[in-house]
Ligand binder design. Sequence first.
Ligand code: SF4
Length: 295
Amino acid sequence: FTPGVEPQPTWCPGCGDFAVLKALKGAMPEVGRTPEETLLVTGIGCSGKLSSYFESYGYHAIHGRSLPVARAAKLTNPGLEVIAAGGDGDGYGIGGNHFMHTARENHDMTYIVFNNEIFGLTKGQTSPTSPKGHKSKTQPSGSAKDPVRPLTLSLASGASYIARTAATNPRQAQEIVKEAIEHDGFAHIDFLTQCPTWNKDAKEYVPYTDIQQDDEFDFDVTDRREAADMMYEAENRLYEGEVLTGRFYRDEDRLTYGEEKRKTGEMPADPLAERYFDEDAEWARTADELLGRHT
Ligand code: SF4
């Protein structure tokens, strides 16, 4: 991103990715964080372009690796607002291991997964969230297996905030993105983003039901068991073509990974990133010596 130059996204017309950018742009002023206080890390895919279009620090990581980069940034500079983003293949497939363990360790960040049920950038291959029977170039007779269940996987792994929203619901999307950014801990959003170019079935994302606005879904978002039942129901209905969106789980009491480590003394209270600018710090001297600056 170049300050003062409005980037022009190259996503296809009608792509759901525009809705994620819009939700982020709408949410950040409400959260009160400036571009200089924010880092957006993306993986590979159409979703990866987000870090080039959003006004903040950006880092375009390799496939499936946005979360390790985001974790390192947050641990060394806890004052930074860290947001990671990527597609369903990037996050639930290639980077699935990082997803599980970043959730388990409750790293303080927001993770937005653009879920369009295919690999978009590479022209529509079957992805971890493609429905059973979905036909693509890689599985022309139809996907043989049931897809990943992102919400229940996230809960089982240990995420402390879990929500699903859809590109077709910009008002709810902005509210959920804001809430996730304000959450202290690992906040995961499964963001349904249609790909009209390679997945015409994406029309199933319209219409949706907001579970917070419908009396049929009366459950406690802070209760793991009730949240698990609600997520399982939502995932089943998605595979049948009905979309349930909203907040599914929130735990505001668990310490984040950084808080735990600072509490036990394993990590210093002052940010490592600031030590880099302290010429007297032992850590900085070591780095300089490694880089040969004092030879
Ligand atoms: Fe969006 Fe699909 Fe086009 Fe990628 S290929 S920009 S996901 S519509």
